[in-house]
Design a protein around this ligand. Structure first.
Ligand code: HPA
Ligand code: ZN
Length: 326
């Protein structure tokens, strides 16, 4: 089976994490932003992080080159051009509005830039997309409330709100009020939990933030009761195996717990997270899981189908797309 061509949905990708070294350098030149890299090799050499926080430092520094509405369109368009060749039929894009505020870019400008890239992807490749702005959890809960209030007047332009950035010491409970406002407005919620943080953060994401999916969630197996509950409730876990390894969550891909997550009956899906920083896009993750982790074709088909059914598309569209998986 051609795992690259296998139809799939990308449900865990950070738009700013798709900033390829070449584009980072081109935008730095165009926008006259100083970056400590002379060429592609130097950028890639810098991308040797061993923890989430080490990665995030580079990630926030890199996105400083995104300065205009058009930059967001260029970034979005390039992402879709890339994954059109990896079987992606639908994508739900995370982005971090708060990370662009100090450059003077408001939420609506960022939204406009990304939406134009999404429209072009639909025309050029037939790929559908939905947007999920995320709250940065290293910032204080008051900032989260301000962001939510800025975003909600535009709530028909995104489908959910997420929670990302540094996990350790930043429990989901801190953001319960902000997420309550999101849900009161009729939107869905998702949260990064249980990548570096404990299973308790997964529990809080479900009970206090009302999430429809857990992003990562790989540490769930440390809590067997929670594992059973999440499996029974079929709450999807959007797992990003290669990124987990690059952030030091597992020592190697061969030691990733994906086979045990599947065995426990959890509704896992496979994704890329920050593909430009690890040089592994979603199709590459499927291939690596088959080749190096021994995940069987049948399981990968199930995962691909589930990526559509776990999406936030209308039900008829979820069904239509999942039926594309052979
Ligand atoms: N984890 C948390 N926050 C993030 C990530 C991630 O992998 N990528 C971008 N923001
Ligand atoms: Zn992520």
């Amino acid at each position: 089976m051609d795992l690259m061509a296998l139809p799939k949905a990308e449900l865990h990708v950070h738009l700013e994490g798709t900033l390829e070294p070449d584009m980072l350098l081109a935008l730095a030149g165009k926008n006259q932003v100083r970056v400590p890299y002379a060429n592609r090799e130097e950028v890639l050499a810098a991308y040797r992080f061993g923890s989430l926080d080490a990665f995030l430092k580079l990630y926030y520094a890199g996105m400083a080159v995104l300065r205009t509405v058009e930059d967001f369109t260029t970034l979005t368009e390039a992402y879709f051009d890339k994954v059109a060749g990896q079987g992606v039929k639908h994508a739900e894009l995370f982005f971090d509005p708060q990370a662009h505020q100090e450059k003077g870019l408001g939420f609506v400008q960022i939204l406009e830039g990304i939406e134009e890239g999404c429209r072009r992807a639909k025309v050029r490749h037939g790929i559908s997309s939905l947007l999920i702005p995320c709250i940065l959890r290293h910032l204080d809960p008051e900032a989260a409330l301000r962001l939510v209030d800025e975003m909600l007047p535009h709530k028909d332009r995104f489908v959910a709100v997420g929670l990302d950035s540094s996990e350790q010491g930043r429990p989901p409970s801190l953001f319960a009020k902000a997420f309550q406002r999101v849900r009161d407005a009729g939107l869905r919620t998702v949260a990064h939990a249980g990548e570096e943080g404990p299973p308790e953060y997964i529990r809080q994401a479900i009970d206090l933030l009302g999430v429809s999916r857990i992003d990562h969630g790989v540490r769930i197996l440390e809590d067997s009761e929670l594992t059973k509950r999440v499996a029974r409730a079929e709450i999807p876990l959007t797992v990003c195996p290669v990124c987990n390894v690059r952030l030091g969550v597992f020592g190697s891909l061969e030691r990733h717990n994906l086979p045990r997550l599947i065995e426990a009956g959890l509704a896992v899906t496979l994704h890329s997270d920050d593909p430009a920083y690890i040089q592994f896009y979603i199709g590459d993750n499927y291939v690596a899981c088959a080749q190096r982790l021994g995940i069987q074709e049948g399981a990968l088909r199930t995962i691909a189908r589930r990526s559509f059914t776990a999406s936030f598309l209308p039900e008829a569209e979820r069904e239509r797309l999942s039926d594309l998986v052979p």
